[in-house]
Structures are given as structure tokens and as C-alpha cells.
Write a protein that binds this ligand. Structure first.
Ligand SMILES: NC(=O)c1ccc[n+]([C@@H]2O[C@H](COP(=O)([O-])OP(=O)(O)OC[C@H]3O[C@@H](n4cnc5c(N)ncnc54)[C@H](OP(=O)(O)O)[C@@H]3O)[C@@H](O)[C@H]2O)c1
Length: 456
């Protein structure tokens, strides 16, 4: 078997940032694309995914499998880490049986066979892929040791057998949905794949909601992603009771919209206050879709290792400050969490620096689902592009305000909201606006504002 021959190298911009894409031809025929982020040389094991082409899942977004979701999640994880490679193997449709045979196997599945028996009924192998070529491509890239992103034990054995050291195996846990859960369970039961993170799977999916109008025009800046703040409030403007309880202010359909918004964004961000109070998982479960990168602002690393936001269901980045102990950072990194250190601010970490880190990691859009502290910091610094508010038909009186003190004295200096979009669910009304804070920022610049908490 000859060595892979590199035939082209070009930068490809993706929703997860730019990847240097190097194309290799191998003697057995197919072309391999290596989507590279960062420097792959050196002794540190490289985060790597070997992804087999699945036209229906990858390109058409088919919900029969989780290939497209795994592809996008892997690119996100590699982008968040800042170093890694996704080797895309063309010509390996349907675990190697080819596109047309895969479609024929789908027909068998519609007649009652599972994904294994469907191939067997057609006289086709259940697994017809070999990982030697992919391993050789890794070697051609200078990769000696990998942290392999996969749920498939056969891939681990194949890559190891082809001479690449497997430092560790990192699961690509996608949130299962109603259309692929049977397929994923079969792969788990009959092929030893890891199970999807399906413990919170909704048995019925929220009817498909198009959130593009709510999301507005996604337009990232050079130095930060497009920032969308989303919260659920009572009719009297509270996001939690006086004791901090917020489960659930809004109805199920409104929460389904939140999941659709998560699936539409590259990252979802909260402050550590929301993590310690609510322990949210921040994944996509109520609609089909990939969970975004989860981001926690936590200046001193109060996030407990047991927090659900750190589970393996999606990638997580914790953004901290120099105030956090190095030992705590190491513990998080050992748990597979990306840790970034940015300058601190009077409220915690510098939100502008945190957003710059996300942008540099390839994040184009971020959905902020944090509490009042984070919302107030972002609005106060003019870092919000879109505001989405689910208003529930409830009144709770004293409680947590959605937005804290912005120092506004004159109404004319307040933040204006334009370009309204409205979505009505069975219980709640969701309204979205572009944020126009020019008058507010001008008042801040001219000193016409009170300092937070100061009385006139
Ligand atoms: N209804 C809803 O939609 C909704 C959504 C989310 C939360 N909530 C409710 O809100 C409450 C939690 O509120 P919260 O204000 O504590 O949550 P938060 O805004 O998510 O978290 C605040 C914490 O984040 C950290 N942080 C780091 N950098 C920050 C910065 N630049 N600005 C602000 N905070 C920064 C701070 O802790 P360090 O100083 O330790 O870093 C701060 O105490 C809970 O009761 C929860 O139920 C409601």
C-alpha cells in the first residue's frame, strides 16, 4: 500500500471558523480531506475525528442517523480546543457499502429490520470500512498520538492496529431524537457503540419551529460573535422568585423554542450563578439538532465538577480569570473541559475578552441564557445584538429582575429595541428585537449615568 499523496491544501471557512483543508489521494481510491486546526506536530496528543462520508446525514441533514450531527459537533469541539483534525473519508457511505446500497438498506429498515439486519438481508457486510488509509493520513500530517473522538470501538481498534497511538477515546455524545433513537440503540446493542446521551430524550418532539425570525440577522463582528440574549420572564418582569426558583416560568413549547435557538447557535453561555442555582445541562434535547458549545463565565471556578453542564453530552468551555486556582483549572481540563483565562472585571470576567476568545475559537453566534448578572454586564457594555424574551402569563411579585441596574436616569437614555418579531405559543408570547443602544452608550460616554447601585 503506497503512502497518501497530498494533492491540494486550501483554507475552508466553516460555521466553526477556518480550517486548513488538506486533500490526500490514497492508492485504494478514495480522497481523504484533513480539516486541520492549529499545529498538529509535537508530543501532545491531537484531538482527532475520523469521519466517514454520509451524504444523507452530512449534507442533506437526514435524521435517520446522527452522522451530520456528529460531524458538526466534532468540528465544534476541535474549534473550541483550538488544535485538532477531522479526517473526512469520502466513499465510505453506509459503513462502506456505498450510497445506493445504504438507501436499499433503509428500505429494509422501513420493512422492520434494524441497521444490522438490513445489511445482512441484502447480503452486505455490516461493517466494510478499513481505517489503515485514514491512519496513514494522520501519520502524513505528523500526528503521532490521538485523542480519538468516536463512539465506535471498531474504529479505535482499526486506528490502533494501523499504527497510530490512541492516547484516549473521547465520545461524541449527540442528543438522540425520536427519528434516530432506535438506530442508535441498535448500534449500541449490536455493535458496541456508546449510547447517545438520551436520558432526557423527549418522547415527542416539539413541532418544528422556525426560529430564524426570532434570531434576526446573524452578523458576527471581527472581535466577537453575534450575541443573542434569551430569557423567560413572568408578566411582571421576573426571571426567578425571591428564592431564585425559575422552574418553570414558561411552558413546554417556549422551552422547545429555547432548544431550537440553541441548535441554531454555535455556543450557549451562562454565568456560574445559573450553574450553581439551576444546574442546567444546556444541550439540545427537545428538537433534533446538535448541542452547541456550552460556555460558563466563572471567575474563581466555583463550578462543581458534578455540574451537568460539564457532562459528556456536549463540549464545554469555562472562561475564568487569574483569580482561579491553577489546580482547579487542571481538574477541569482533566475532565475534558476547555479552560480559558481572560482578564477580570468588577463583575467577574471581562465579557468583551470572553467574547473575543469565543470568536477566535470559531464561534459566530452565541445564545446567552444566563441570569441577571451576565445579562446586565452584556447590556451595560453594549455587547448584545438581539434580545429574545418569553413572557409567561404569571405574576409572582417580588423576585429577581431580568436586568439589573444600568444607571439610567432619563428614559431617553435607555436601550431601544427595534425590528420586532413575535412568536406565540400555547401559553406564552415570545418577542425578539434588535438592540439599539446608541443613545444609552452616548449617555454612558458623556457621564450622564449613575454608577451601578448609586442613588441620585
Ligand atoms: N428565567 C430565566 O430565563 C433564567 C435564566 C437564567 C437564570 N435564571 C435565574 O437567575 C438566577 C441566577 O442569576 P445570576 O445572576 O446569579 O446568574 P448568572 O448571570 O448566570 O451568573 C452570575 C455569575 O456569573 C459570574 N460572572 C463571571 N463574569 C461575569 C460578568 N462579567 N458579569 C456577570 N457575571 C459574571 C459571576 O460569578 P463569579 O464572580 O464567581 O465569576 C456571577 O455571580 C437563578 O435564580 C436562575 O434561576 C433565570
Amino acid at each position: 500500500m503506497g503512502k497518501p499523496v497530498e494533492v491540494a491544501a486550501v483554507t475552508i471557512p466553516t460555521p466553526y471558523g477556518e480550517f486548513l483543508t488538506r486533500a490526500f489521494e490514497v492508492s485504494s481510491g478514495p480522497v481523504y480531506l484533513a480539516l486541520v486546526r492549529g499545529n498538529l506536530n509535537g508530543d501532545e496528543p491531537v484531538l482527532a475525528r475520523l469521519h466517514s462520508e454520509c451524504l444523507t446525514g452530512d449534507a442533506l441533514g437526514s435524521l435517520r442517523c446522527d452522522c451530520g450531527i456528529q460531524l458538526r459537533l466534532s468540528l465544534r469541539v476541535i474549534a473550541a480546543e483550538g488544535r485538532g483534525v477531522l479526517v473526512y473519508a469520502t466513499g465510505q457511505e453506509g459503513r462502506g457499502i456505498g450510497l445506493v446500497n445504504k438507501l436499499r438498506a433503509y428500505v429494509e429498515q422501513d420493512l422492520g429490520a434494524d441497521t444490522v439486519d438490513a445489511n445482512l438481508r441484502l447480503g452486505l457486510p455490516v461493517e466494510d470500512r478499513h481505517f489503515d488509509d485514514a491512519a496513514q493520513v494522520l501519520q502524513a500530517l505528523g500526528v503521532r498520538s490521538v485523542r480519538l473522538l468516536t463512539n465506535n470501538p471498531a474504529k479505535v481498534a482499526g486506528v490502533r492496529g494501523a499504527g497510530v497511538e490512541i492516547h484516549s477515546v473521547e465520545p461524541v455524545r449527540t442528543a438522540a431524537h425520536a427519528r434516530n433513537i432506535a438506530y442508535l440503540r441498535t448500534k449500541g446493542r449490536r455493535m458496541g457503540h456508546l449510547q447517545p446521551s438520551g436520558e432526557n430524550l423527549a418522547t415527542t418532539l416539539t413541532p418544528h419551529a422556525d426560529v430564524t425570525a426570532l434570531l434576526g440577522h446573524v452578523s458576527p463582528r471581527v472581535d466577537r460573535p453575534y450575541v443573542v440574549v434569551k430569557y423567560a420572564q413572568t408578566l411582571d418582569g421576573r426571571i426567578a422568585t425571591r428564592d431564585g426558583d425559575s422552574k418553570w416560568i414558561s411552558g413546554e413549547a417556549e422551552r422547545g423554542i429555547s432548544h431550537a435557538l440553541r441548535a441554531a447557535c454555535d455556543a450557549v453561555l451562562v454565568g456560574v450563578g445559573t450553574v450553581t442555582r439551576d444546574d442546567p445541562q444546556l444541550t439540545v434535547r427537545m428538537v433534533p439538532g446538535a448541542s452547541p458549545l456550552r460556555v460558563v463565565l466563572d471567575s474563581t471556578l466555583r463550578t462543581p465538577l458534578s455540574a451537568r453542564v460539564l457532562d459528556g453530552a456536549a463540549a464545554t468551555m469555562v472562561i475564568t480569570s487569574a483569580k482561579s486556582p491553577e489546580a482547579d483549572r487542571s481538574r477541569l481540563r482533566d475532565a475534558g473541559v476547555a479552560v480559558r483565562v481572560v482578564p477580570s472585571s468588577s463583575s467577574g470576567v471581562s465579557v468583551s475578552a470572553a467574547l473575543a476568545v469565543l470568536r477566535a475559537s470559531g464561534v459566530r453566534s452565541v445564545l446567552v441564557e444566563g441570569g441577571a448578572a451576565v445579562i446586565t454586564s452584556l447590556l451595560g457594555e453594549g455587547l448584545v445584538d438581539r434580545l429574545i424574551v418569553g413572557t409567561a402569563p404569571k405574576i409572582i411579585g417580588r423576585g429577581t429582575d431580568a436586568v439589573g441596574d444600568l444607571g439610567v436616569i432619563a428614559v431617553a437614555d435607555g436601550i431601544c429595541l427595534t425590528n420586532r418579531s413575535v412568536h406565540v405559543t400555547a401559553d406564552d408570547v415570545i418577542t425578539a428585537w434588535d438592540v439599539d443602544d446608541r443613545a444609552f452608550q452616548a449617555a454612558v460616554a458623556s457621564g450622564d449615568m449613575l454608577a451601578a447601585g448609586e442613588d441620585r
